[in-house]
Design a protein around this ligand. Sequence first.
Ligand code: NAD
Length: 487
Amino acid sequence: MTTATATQKKTPITVAYGDGIGPEIMDATLRIINAAGAQLEPEVISIGESVYTRGLTNGIEPSSWDSLRRTRVFLKAPITTPQGGGFKSLNVTVRKTLGLYANVRPCAALYPYIDTKYPKMNLVIVRENEEDVYGGIEHRQTQQVTQALKLISRPGSEKVLRYAFEYAKQNNRKKVTCFTKDNILKATDGLFHKIFDEIGADYPEIEKEHWIVDIGAAKMSDTPEAFDVLVMPNLYGDVLSDVAAQIAGSVGIAGSANIGDHCAMFEAIHGSAPRRAGQNLANPSALLMGAVMMLNHIGQSEIAQKVHNAWLKTIEDGIHTYDIYQEGTSKQKVGTREFADAVIERLGREPSTLKPVRYNASAPMDLHARPFKPMEEKRLVGIDVFVDWTGGGADDLAGVLQLKIPEGLTLQMLSNRGTKVWPDGSPETFLSDHWACRFIADGPHTVSHHAIVELLSRLASDNIDFIKTELLYNFDGKPGFSLAQGQ
Ligand code: NAD
């Protein structure tokens, strides 16, 4: 365990006080961790509403990046995102700019001191933080149809999955569970699941399991104590980490860490609660738990443990802010400042009913990248041409297209919103104006890009409105593309 003494070198961190209740809970958090002996050298930057209203659509001053790159550690209070269009999410900007690939959110019940239906719940969600549909790559292609691209990469998945296993190992957790929807999303979620199995093999001491996300989410909402560490792609993690925090007792007590190779950001999971701002009402616990994760990250684990246990003792003593106060269980309703004072008074003490935490930074994580995977042979075998077309049924479109096909390609099928409609379509299938026309090599040869261009040129000369193309590749002989339903 690392000991932070008065002589230890101070760690520079970047601090943002944020909006709404942000300044009050940041003040409380810094007072507590400083009183505990944290060795920090904060640099303050301004983010959020005041920056947005000065016309910076990301909510952050360009000069603030210098501080973040210098300190590499960001303790951030919540901000208010202005209403109306044109503003970008600051959180998404920071995550993507700094490559913060893993979002870590512990959700543990503190029963009976904070009410919950799940007294034994104690899980951690590790959410992939950069990929999936969060690229925000969306298009409207026809009168009727819009699309969002879901991107899952091998290196992105490897990083977050390795992190989940290393987190489990460092925190003495016994099981890592992966949620995906790979029964439907075979290429994207299928890759995430496959890499979970590959990386999991490096951790024989840790139990591993995979659930389809729908039934897994149902199980987590019903029996959360069945899970330990959970890891999942971005969108499922976004939704389920809020569910987990809520059913543990309150979103007001959960902190989160956003981890990257070079930088990390720590915060509360809740927003700026503007209606509670400036009244000394807000619960600083979630930001404080974010700060505890930060202290662990920078090697000041002894301080992290001292703060966390004093906080548990305060909760156990029934000293509660309004949001967790309950008649009968709570002893004293306090404001933000008084809550912080109560935690400071208890520094050095541990809870007696709740389990005290033990942190150990002497076992650093091994986040090595996997050895380079040999390149697979990539071979072009066809093209899906997406067409905006309202000129009749599937047979009519197939008839038009078949007159246009250059040598070496053949029209294999038409699909509409993912369902095969030609050949042998079903008369009941609803047909939108958005068609995928699959042209495939008519033999074992590789298709040339010239043949693709020739095909598109012929379609263009017949005023076929192709709105998007996807080239079809085999990798080591295996198709790298989905089959349509019904195919
Ligand atoms: P919110 O989390 O601010 O508030 C939801 C509810 O929880 C409110 O009733 C609020 O009073 C209560 N609450 C939240 N934190 C509390 C605390 N520490 N102590 C006591 N009560 C607390 O969510 P919202 O109202 O949807 O959003 C308000 C603003 O925050 C919006 O502008 C939103 O965009 C922003 N927001 C920011 C972040 C962030 O900076 N990471 C995250 C979420 C929302």
